[in-house]
Every structure is written in structure tokens, then in C-alpha cells.
Design a protein. Structure first.
Length: 227
């Protein structure tokens, strides 16, 4: 995990003609060197981008079937969206045979989920744009309505939002720009939420927002009785 993926320029060489050539003594692999690097990059994650990894993307599109097969051998499913220019791997669906969970899922707090859903909504709203950007203040303003019972805990709220913001940057779901506190939303977020997950988070949002309104209108003594 300490080694960095190969630079795009290193992956540009078209060596598909040498697919059966060994790369080292005893090498029994069949993929070309470029395809092997793409395979590693997909497994290491978080995703492959046509814009950020153009040469690797070319290799992926050229050797999709072979890469998909190698990933399936590892109980992994390739998600590839050419129109969005993103690809990533996820654990294979559970069938009759229970598959091991190869890719570790990222644990999410409620604030993480709230931020992800908001970012996804902004992506869909900007569907006509090639790239969608957002500022940290916009995130604060939107999530502020879901502070629920801790409506007076401004410092605690901002700390949780900051933590979620940092997590999204770490996993490349938000991409830094030259402007401080303004980031690009990764297009991969169009793909990672299922309809059921979106509805579950939205239902919880509405519950918390309604609870916050009730708390805000209570008299001090009424609030104490509820605690």
C-alpha cells in the first residue's frame, strides 16, 4: 500500500501484442504489463477516471473483457461507465455460493451519508455540466437544517461536517482545486448509491429535520422533561 500506482506515461505503452511474454523469471501471467497495472489500480481504488488517468483509461477500454475476467476470479465486479468516464470495482453479488468480501467498505456516519447524498444531488442537478464544483460553505448551509436536537451546538456540528469533508477528500470523492475550500465532486457518486439507500437516508433526514423543529418550539421546561 506504500507504493504509488504507475504514472500514466508508464502505462501508455501498447504491449497487448506481447500478452504472453513473461515480465520476470517464472511469470505465468497472461495480461500485458499495461493491463496488469490497470488491474492493480482498479483493485487499490478508489476509482479510475478517464480525465485523471487518460492512458490507463485507454488500456481499460482496450482490454475490458480480460480485466473483467481477472477481477471475477477475485470475486470482484467491474463497474464501468464510459459516458461518465469512471470505473471502479465492488464486491461480487452474493449468489448461491457465498463470495468473500474482498473490497472493504467505507464505514459512514450519518453526517457522511448526508454529505454524500447532497453531493450526489448536486451532481444530478448539474448533469449538463462536464464538471461540478462546490464550496465548503454551501455544504454547511445545506446540512445545517439537519442538526436536529443539537441545534445550539454549532462547534460540534461544524466539526462533524469537517470530518465528513476530510473523509471524502481522502477517498477522492471530492477532488481539490486551486481554490481553497472549493472542490470538484467526483462523477463516481452518480453510481455508488442504490435507490433503496437514497430513500433510507432521505427518510432519516426528514425524521431528524422534523424532530429539530419540535425541539426548537419547545419551552425550556418542556425540553427538560423530554430528556
Amino acid at each position: 500500500m506504500t507504493e504509488l500506482p504507475a504514472a500514466p506515461s508508464e502505462m501508455a505503452e501498447d504491449d497487448t501484442a506481447n500478452r504472453d511474454a513473461s515480465l520476470w523469471s517464472g511469470d505465468s501471467g497472461e495480461l500485458a504489463a499495461g493491463s496488469r497495472r490497470v488491474l492493480v489500480q482498479l483493485v487499490k481504488g478508489p476509482y479510475l477516471s478517464a480525465e485523471r488517468h487518460p492512458e490507463a483509461w485507454k488500456v481499460l477500454l482496450t482490454d475490458t473483457a480480460a480485466l473483467r475476467s481477472r477481477l471475477a476470479d477475485l470475486f470482484l465486479d467491474l463497474v464501468l461507465d464510459e459516458s461518465l468516464g469512471v470505473a471502479f470495482v465492488r464486491n461480487a453479488p452474493q449468489g448461491e455460493t457465498e463470495a468473500p468480501q474482498v473490497v472493504r467498505t467505507m464505514p459512514l456516519t450519518f453526517m457522511d451519508s448526508a454529505l454524500l447524498l447532497f453531493l450526489r444531488r448536486e451532481l444530478l442537478r448539474g448533469s449538463g455540466a462536464t464538471r461540478v464544483f462546490i464550496g465548503r460553505d454551501e455544504v454547511y448551509d445545506h446540512l445545517n437544517s439537519y442538526r436536529a436536537a443539537d441545534t445550539t451546538d454549532e462547534a460540534g456540528f461544524r466539526k462533524r461536517v469537517d470530518s465528513a469533508w476530510t473523509k471524502m477528500l481522502k477517498h477522492s470523492l471530492l477532488v481539490r482545486t486551486d481554490t481553497e475550500d472549493r472542490v470538484e465532486i467526483s462523477p463516481i457518486l452518480r453510481l455508488v448509491f442504490s435507490t433503496e439507500q437514497i430513500q433510507a437516508v432521505q427518510d432519516e433526514y426528514q425524521r431528524l429535520a422534523g424532530h429539530a423543529r419540535v425541539i426548537a418550539h419547545m419551552e425550556p421546561d418542556e425540553t427538560e422533561e423530554q430528556e
